[in-house]
Design a binder for this molecule. Structure first.
Ligand code: 1CP
Length: 345
Protein backbone atom coordinates (compact mmCIF):
# COMPACT_ATOMS: atom_id res chain seq x y z
CA UNK A 1 0.00 0.00 0.00
CA UNK A 2 1.30 3.40 -0.91
CA UNK A 3 1.60 5.61 2.09
CA UNK A 4 1.24 9.28 1.39
CA UNK A 5 4.06 10.30 3.69
CA UNK A 6 6.84 8.33 2.00
CA UNK A 7 8.63 10.99 -0.04
CA UNK A 8 10.86 8.56 -1.92
CA UNK A 9 7.85 6.56 -3.04
CA UNK A 10 6.05 9.71 -4.16
CA UNK A 11 8.96 10.54 -6.46
CA UNK A 12 8.81 7.07 -7.96
CA UNK A 13 5.14 7.70 -8.65
CA UNK A 14 6.15 10.73 -10.71
CA UNK A 15 6.15 13.67 -8.29
CA UNK A 16 9.05 16.12 -8.39
CA UNK A 17 9.88 17.12 -4.79
CA UNK A 18 12.18 19.83 -3.42
CA UNK A 19 14.41 18.92 -1.72
CA UNK A 20 14.67 15.52 -3.36
CA UNK A 21 14.49 12.43 -1.14
CA UNK A 22 17.88 10.83 -0.55
CA UNK A 23 19.60 7.56 0.30
CA UNK A 24 23.05 6.24 -0.60
CA UNK A 25 24.09 3.02 -2.24
CA UNK A 26 26.09 1.02 0.33
CA UNK A 27 24.87 3.31 3.09
CA UNK A 28 24.72 0.25 5.33
CA UNK A 29 28.14 -1.19 5.78
CA UNK A 30 31.75 -0.45 6.13
CA UNK A 31 31.90 3.34 6.46
CA UNK A 32 29.91 3.08 9.73
CA UNK A 33 31.72 2.22 12.99
CA UNK A 34 28.55 0.65 14.37
CA UNK A 35 28.53 -1.73 11.37
CA UNK A 36 32.02 -2.98 12.20
CA UNK A 37 30.91 -3.77 15.72
CA UNK A 38 27.89 -5.66 14.46
CA UNK A 39 29.85 -7.45 11.74
CA UNK A 40 32.15 -8.96 14.37
CA UNK A 41 29.18 -11.00 15.62
CA UNK A 42 29.09 -13.33 12.60
CA UNK A 43 31.80 -15.65 11.41
CA UNK A 44 31.46 -14.92 7.74
CA UNK A 45 29.65 -12.48 5.53
CA UNK A 46 27.07 -14.99 4.20
CA UNK A 47 26.13 -15.92 7.78
CA UNK A 48 25.72 -12.22 8.47
CA UNK A 49 23.41 -11.76 5.46
CA UNK A 50 21.35 -14.82 6.46
CA UNK A 51 20.92 -13.66 10.06
CA UNK A 52 17.65 -11.68 10.27
CA UNK A 53 18.63 -10.02 13.55
CA UNK A 54 22.05 -8.84 12.29
CA UNK A 55 20.84 -7.89 8.80
CA UNK A 56 17.88 -5.98 10.25
CA UNK A 57 20.15 -4.02 12.54
CA UNK A 58 22.59 -3.24 9.67
CA UNK A 59 19.70 -2.00 7.51
CA UNK A 60 18.47 0.30 10.28
CA UNK A 61 21.85 1.77 11.29
CA UNK A 62 22.08 4.45 8.55
CA UNK A 63 18.42 5.37 9.08
CA UNK A 64 19.03 6.04 12.76
CA UNK A 65 22.24 7.92 12.14
CA UNK A 66 21.26 10.02 9.12
CA UNK A 67 17.48 9.87 8.72
CA UNK A 68 17.75 8.75 5.10
CA UNK A 69 14.49 8.65 3.13
CA UNK A 70 15.22 5.12 1.96
CA UNK A 71 16.48 2.01 3.75
CA UNK A 72 18.20 -0.60 1.56
CA UNK A 73 17.80 -4.18 2.68
CA UNK A 74 21.10 -5.53 3.95
CA UNK A 75 21.93 -8.50 1.73
CA UNK A 76 24.12 -9.11 -1.32
CA UNK A 77 23.55 -9.68 -5.02
CA UNK A 78 25.47 -12.96 -4.81
CA UNK A 79 23.03 -14.65 -2.40
CA UNK A 80 21.04 -15.90 -5.37
CA UNK A 81 24.09 -17.81 -6.68
CA UNK A 82 24.60 -19.31 -3.25
CA UNK A 83 20.93 -20.34 -3.12
CA UNK A 84 21.28 -21.92 -6.57
CA UNK A 85 24.01 -24.16 -5.19
CA UNK A 86 27.10 -22.35 -6.49
CA UNK A 87 29.72 -22.15 -3.79
CA UNK A 88 30.09 -18.48 -2.78
CA UNK A 89 32.74 -17.19 -0.37
CA UNK A 90 33.69 -13.69 0.67
CA UNK A 91 37.41 -13.65 1.23
CA UNK A 92 38.57 -10.96 3.65
CA UNK A 93 40.37 -8.22 1.71
CA UNK A 94 39.89 -9.97 -1.65
CA UNK A 95 36.17 -9.81 -2.35
CA UNK A 96 33.82 -12.53 -3.50
CA UNK A 97 34.77 -15.93 -4.91
CA UNK A 98 32.25 -18.12 -6.74
CA UNK A 99 32.72 -21.64 -8.06
CA UNK A 100 32.72 -20.87 -11.81
CA UNK A 101 29.87 -22.28 -13.88
CA UNK A 102 30.44 -23.55 -17.41
CA UNK A 103 26.92 -24.33 -18.59
CA UNK A 104 23.36 -23.24 -17.81
CA UNK A 105 22.53 -26.61 -16.25
CA UNK A 106 25.06 -25.79 -13.49
CA UNK A 107 22.29 -23.48 -12.19
CA UNK A 108 19.61 -26.16 -12.25
CA UNK A 109 20.75 -28.55 -9.55
CA UNK A 110 18.64 -27.12 -6.72
CA UNK A 111 14.84 -27.48 -6.47
CA UNK A 112 12.82 -24.25 -6.49
CA UNK A 113 11.54 -24.93 -2.99
CA UNK A 114 15.10 -25.35 -1.68
CA UNK A 115 16.17 -22.07 -3.30
CA UNK A 116 13.31 -20.30 -1.56
CA UNK A 117 14.11 -22.02 1.75
CA UNK A 118 17.74 -20.91 1.58
CA UNK A 119 16.67 -17.29 0.92
CA UNK A 120 13.88 -17.28 3.51
CA UNK A 121 15.97 -15.46 6.20
CA UNK A 122 16.17 -12.50 3.78
CA UNK A 123 12.36 -12.33 3.66
CA UNK A 124 12.27 -12.47 7.45
CA UNK A 125 14.72 -9.54 7.51
CA UNK A 126 12.40 -7.56 5.23
CA UNK A 127 9.46 -8.22 7.58
CA UNK A 128 11.47 -7.15 10.63
CA UNK A 129 12.82 -4.01 8.98
CA UNK A 130 9.34 -3.11 7.76
CA UNK A 131 8.01 -3.36 11.30
CA UNK A 132 10.85 -1.28 12.76
CA UNK A 133 11.11 1.53 10.19
CA UNK A 134 9.56 4.95 10.70
CA UNK A 135 6.44 5.23 8.52
CA UNK A 136 8.03 7.91 6.32
CA UNK A 137 10.99 5.70 5.35
CA UNK A 138 10.80 3.72 2.12
CA UNK A 139 12.13 0.15 2.22
CA UNK A 140 14.12 -0.84 -0.86
CA UNK A 141 14.48 -4.54 -1.68
CA UNK A 142 16.95 -5.53 -4.38
CA UNK A 143 18.65 -8.13 -6.51
CA UNK A 144 21.50 -8.18 -8.99
CA UNK A 145 20.46 -8.12 -12.64
CA UNK A 146 21.07 -11.39 -14.49
CA UNK A 147 24.05 -10.18 -16.58
CA UNK A 148 25.89 -8.81 -13.53
CA UNK A 149 25.21 -11.94 -11.47
CA UNK A 150 26.20 -14.12 -14.45
CA UNK A 151 29.54 -12.29 -14.63
CA UNK A 152 30.37 -13.33 -11.07
CA UNK A 153 29.05 -16.84 -11.78
CA UNK A 154 31.17 -17.26 -14.91
CA UNK A 155 34.32 -15.33 -13.96
CA UNK A 156 34.27 -16.81 -10.45
CA UNK A 157 35.38 -13.58 -8.79
CA UNK A 158 35.12 -9.80 -8.77
CA UNK A 159 37.71 -7.42 -10.12
CA UNK A 160 38.12 -9.03 -13.55
CA UNK A 161 37.88 -7.39 -16.98
CA UNK A 162 34.72 -9.46 -17.72
CA UNK A 163 36.23 -10.88 -20.91
CA UNK A 164 35.52 -14.50 -19.87
CA UNK A 165 31.81 -13.72 -19.51
CA UNK A 166 31.71 -11.81 -22.79
CA UNK A 167 33.50 -14.57 -24.69
CA UNK A 168 31.08 -17.11 -23.18
CA UNK A 169 28.22 -14.99 -24.55
CA UNK A 170 29.76 -14.64 -28.02
CA UNK A 171 30.89 -18.25 -28.37
CA UNK A 172 27.83 -19.87 -26.81
CA UNK A 173 24.99 -17.38 -27.31
CA UNK A 174 22.17 -19.86 -26.64
CA UNK A 175 23.85 -21.12 -23.50
CA UNK A 176 24.26 -17.53 -22.29
CA UNK A 177 20.57 -16.85 -23.03
CA UNK A 178 19.72 -19.90 -20.91
CA UNK A 179 21.97 -18.75 -18.03
CA UNK A 180 20.31 -15.33 -18.08
CA UNK A 181 16.81 -16.82 -18.36
CA UNK A 182 17.34 -19.06 -15.34
CA UNK A 183 18.75 -16.18 -13.31
CA UNK A 184 15.92 -13.88 -14.41
CA UNK A 185 13.24 -16.40 -13.42
CA UNK A 186 14.74 -16.94 -9.95
CA UNK A 187 15.19 -13.20 -9.54
CA UNK A 188 11.46 -12.75 -10.16
CA UNK A 189 10.67 -15.22 -7.34
CA UNK A 190 13.22 -13.53 -5.07
CA UNK A 191 11.95 -9.99 -5.67
CA UNK A 192 8.30 -11.03 -5.50
CA UNK A 193 8.90 -12.55 -2.05
CA UNK A 194 10.69 -9.37 -0.91
CA UNK A 195 7.72 -7.33 -2.11
CA UNK A 196 5.25 -9.59 -0.32
CA UNK A 197 7.34 -9.34 2.86
CA UNK A 198 7.05 -5.55 2.81
CA UNK A 199 9.56 -3.96 0.39
CA UNK A 200 8.05 -0.72 -1.01
CA UNK A 201 10.46 -0.51 -3.95
CA UNK A 202 12.61 -3.04 -5.81
CA UNK A 203 16.01 -2.20 -7.28
CA UNK A 204 17.98 -4.10 -9.91
CA UNK A 205 21.74 -3.58 -9.71
CA UNK A 206 23.31 -3.93 -13.15
CA UNK A 207 26.71 -2.95 -11.84
CA UNK A 208 28.60 -4.19 -14.91
CA UNK A 209 26.63 -2.76 -17.82
CA UNK A 210 29.77 -0.99 -18.99
CA UNK A 211 31.68 -1.62 -22.16
CA UNK A 212 29.02 -3.58 -24.05
CA UNK A 213 28.25 -2.97 -27.73
CA UNK A 214 24.59 -2.27 -28.42
CA UNK A 215 23.67 -5.75 -29.68
CA UNK A 216 25.10 -7.43 -26.58
CA UNK A 217 23.57 -4.77 -24.33
CA UNK A 218 20.18 -5.48 -25.88
CA UNK A 219 20.46 -9.26 -25.47
CA UNK A 220 22.23 -9.54 -22.09
CA UNK A 221 21.06 -6.43 -20.25
CA UNK A 222 17.81 -5.13 -21.75
CA UNK A 223 16.03 -8.42 -22.53
CA UNK A 224 16.55 -10.13 -19.13
CA UNK A 225 15.63 -6.92 -17.28
CA UNK A 226 12.46 -6.54 -19.34
CA UNK A 227 11.59 -10.17 -18.64
CA UNK A 228 11.92 -9.59 -14.88
CA UNK A 229 9.73 -6.47 -14.93
CA UNK A 230 7.09 -8.17 -17.11
CA UNK A 231 6.96 -11.27 -14.94
CA UNK A 232 6.65 -9.21 -11.75
CA UNK A 233 3.76 -7.22 -13.24
CA UNK A 234 2.09 -10.41 -14.48
CA UNK A 235 2.17 -11.69 -10.89
CA UNK A 236 0.54 -8.54 -9.59
CA UNK A 237 3.72 -7.18 -8.01
CA UNK A 238 3.30 -3.47 -8.64
CA UNK A 239 6.10 -1.95 -6.58
CA UNK A 240 8.21 0.53 -8.56
CA UNK A 241 11.42 -0.95 -9.98
CA UNK A 242 14.60 1.15 -10.09
CA UNK A 243 17.07 -0.12 -12.68
CA UNK A 244 20.73 0.87 -12.33
CA UNK A 245 22.70 0.09 -15.49
CA UNK A 246 26.08 1.30 -14.25
CA UNK A 247 28.41 2.30 -17.05
CA UNK A 248 25.76 2.03 -19.80
CA UNK A 249 26.65 5.48 -21.15
CA UNK A 250 24.27 6.60 -23.91
CA UNK A 251 22.59 3.17 -23.83
CA UNK A 252 20.82 4.24 -20.63
CA UNK A 253 18.28 5.86 -22.98
CA UNK A 254 17.43 2.50 -24.55
CA UNK A 255 17.46 0.87 -21.14
CA UNK A 256 14.89 3.39 -19.90
CA UNK A 257 12.72 3.05 -23.00
CA UNK A 258 12.78 -0.72 -23.41
CA UNK A 259 13.01 -2.47 -20.03
CA UNK A 260 9.83 -1.17 -18.39
CA UNK A 261 11.65 -0.04 -15.24
CA UNK A 262 9.92 2.74 -13.28
CA UNK A 263 13.10 4.76 -12.71
CA UNK A 264 16.75 4.71 -13.74
CA UNK A 265 19.81 5.07 -11.56
CA UNK A 266 22.51 7.25 -13.13
CA UNK A 267 26.17 6.52 -12.48
CA UNK A 268 28.78 9.17 -11.74
CA UNK A 269 29.81 9.66 -15.36
CA UNK A 270 26.33 10.47 -16.74
CA UNK A 271 26.11 14.22 -17.53
CA UNK A 272 23.08 15.57 -15.67
CA UNK A 273 21.89 18.01 -18.34
CA UNK A 274 22.31 15.44 -21.08
CA UNK A 275 20.28 12.90 -19.04
CA UNK A 276 17.54 15.45 -18.48
CA UNK A 277 17.21 16.04 -22.21
CA UNK A 278 17.73 12.46 -23.38
CA UNK A 279 15.40 10.66 -20.96
CA UNK A 280 11.60 10.80 -21.26
CA UNK A 281 10.11 13.78 -19.40
CA UNK A 282 8.69 12.70 -16.05
CA UNK A 283 10.77 9.52 -15.80
CA UNK A 284 12.20 9.44 -12.25
CA UNK A 285 16.00 9.36 -12.00
CA UNK A 286 18.33 8.54 -9.14
CA UNK A 287 21.90 9.73 -8.65
CA UNK A 288 24.62 10.72 -9.21
CA UNK A 289 27.22 12.37 -6.93
CA UNK A 290 30.74 11.01 -7.32
CA UNK A 291 31.42 8.86 -4.21
CA UNK A 292 34.94 10.29 -4.12
CA UNK A 293 33.54 13.83 -4.10
CA UNK A 294 31.66 12.83 -0.95
CA UNK A 295 34.80 11.33 0.52
CA UNK A 296 36.82 14.47 -0.31
CA UNK A 297 34.28 16.88 1.24
CA UNK A 298 34.84 20.65 1.41
CA UNK A 299 33.35 23.45 -0.71
CA UNK A 300 33.56 21.28 -3.83
CA UNK A 301 31.14 18.83 -2.25
CA UNK A 302 28.66 21.56 -1.32
CA UNK A 303 28.78 23.02 -4.83
CA UNK A 304 28.29 19.68 -6.59
CA UNK A 305 25.39 18.63 -4.32
CA UNK A 306 23.61 21.88 -5.23
CA UNK A 307 24.42 21.46 -8.92
CA UNK A 308 22.95 17.96 -9.10
CA UNK A 309 19.90 18.95 -7.05
CA UNK A 310 19.28 21.95 -9.31
CA UNK A 311 19.98 20.11 -12.57
CA UNK A 312 17.06 17.75 -11.92
CA UNK A 313 14.66 20.32 -10.49
CA UNK A 314 11.24 19.76 -12.01
CA UNK A 315 11.93 16.07 -12.74
CA UNK A 316 11.21 13.36 -10.18
CA UNK A 317 14.66 12.83 -8.66
CA UNK A 318 16.07 10.73 -5.84
CA UNK A 319 19.42 12.07 -4.71
CA UNK A 320 22.09 9.37 -4.41
CA UNK A 321 25.69 8.66 -5.30
CA UNK A 322 26.77 7.41 -8.72
CA UNK A 323 28.01 4.22 -7.00
CA UNK A 324 28.52 2.95 -3.44
CA UNK A 325 29.84 4.84 -0.41
CA UNK A 326 33.59 4.20 -0.07
CA UNK A 327 34.68 2.58 3.16
CA UNK A 328 36.81 5.50 4.36
CA UNK A 329 34.15 8.20 3.85
CA UNK A 330 34.01 10.52 6.89
CA UNK A 331 30.62 10.51 8.62
CA UNK A 332 30.77 14.33 8.80
CA UNK A 333 30.80 14.55 5.03
CA UNK A 334 27.60 12.55 4.76
CA UNK A 335 25.98 14.77 7.40
CA UNK A 336 27.13 17.88 5.52
CA UNK A 337 25.85 16.53 2.21
CA UNK A 338 22.40 16.01 3.73
CA UNK A 339 22.44 19.48 5.24
CA UNK A 340 23.29 21.15 1.93
CA UNK A 341 20.79 19.04 0.01
CA UNK A 342 17.98 19.89 2.41
CA UNK A 343 18.76 23.61 2.84
CA UNK A 344 15.94 25.99 1.98
CA UNK A 345 16.21 27.15 -1.64
O1 1CP B 1 32.34 -7.72 5.21
C1 1CP B 1 31.81 -6.86 4.53
O2 1CP B 1 31.36 -5.84 5.06
C2 1CP B 1 31.74 -7.11 3.06
C3 1CP B 1 31.43 -5.92 2.20
C4 1CP B 1 30.05 -6.05 1.57
C5 1CP B 1 28.88 -5.39 1.98
C6 1CP B 1 28.71 -4.42 3.11
C7 1CP B 1 29.72 -6.88 0.49
C8 1CP B 1 30.64 -7.80 -0.22
N1 1CP B 1 28.37 -6.74 0.24
C9 1CP B 1 27.81 -5.83 1.13
C10 1CP B 1 26.39 -5.46 1.23
C11 1CP B 1 25.65 -5.09 0.01
N2 1CP B 1 25.97 -5.46 -1.28
C12 1CP B 1 24.43 -4.36 -0.04
C13 1CP B 1 23.61 -3.87 1.16
C14 1CP B 1 24.22 -2.71 1.87
C15 1CP B 1 23.97 -1.36 1.26
O3 1CP B 1 23.92 -1.17 0.06
O4 1CP B 1 23.85 -0.41 2.06
C16 1CP B 1 24.09 -4.22 -1.40
C17 1CP B 1 22.91 -3.45 -1.98
C18 1CP B 1 25.05 -4.93 -2.15
C19 1CP B 1 25.00 -5.09 -3.60
C20 1CP B 1 26.20 -5.58 -4.34
N3 1CP B 1 27.06 -6.59 -3.99
C21 1CP B 1 26.56 -5.13 -5.63
C22 1CP B 1 25.78 -4.10 -6.42
C23 1CP B 1 26.13 -2.71 -6.02
C24 1CP B 1 27.50 -2.27 -6.45
O5 1CP B 1 28.31 -1.94 -5.56
O6 1CP B 1 27.77 -2.22 -7.67
C25 1CP B 1 27.71 -5.84 -6.03
C26 1CP B 1 28.49 -5.68 -7.33
C27 1CP B 1 28.02 -6.77 -5.00
C28 1CP B 1 29.12 -7.77 -5.00
C29 1CP B 1 30.00 -7.58 -3.85
N4 1CP B 1 29.68 -7.96 -2.57
C30 1CP B 1 30.68 -7.60 -1.69
C31 1CP B 1 31.71 -6.97 -2.46
C32 1CP B 1 33.01 -6.47 -1.91
C33 1CP B 1 31.26 -6.92 -3.80
C34 1CP B 1 31.93 -6.24 -4.97
C35 1CP B 1 33.03 -7.04 -5.57
C36 1CP B 1 33.56 -6.44 -6.86
O7 1CP B 1 34.08 -5.32 -6.83
O8 1CP B 1 33.42 -7.10 -7.88
Amino acid sequence: MVQADKRLLKVLEGEALTPPPVWLMRQAGRHLPEYHELRAQARDFLDFCYSPSLATEATLQPIRRYGMDGAILFADILLILDALGRKVAFVEGEGPRVAPLSRASDLQGVAKSAVEARLSPVFETVRRVRAALPPETTLIGFAGSPWTVAIYGIEGRGGTDKSTARMFGYEQPEEMDAVLRILADHTVDYLAEQAKAGADVLMLFESWAEGLPEDAFERWVVAPTRSIVEQLRARGINQPVIGFPRGAGALVVRYAAETGVSAVGLDTAVPTRWANEALPPGLPVQGNLDPLRLMAGGPGLDARVREIRDAFRGRPHIFNLGHGVPQTTPIDHVVRMLQVLREAT
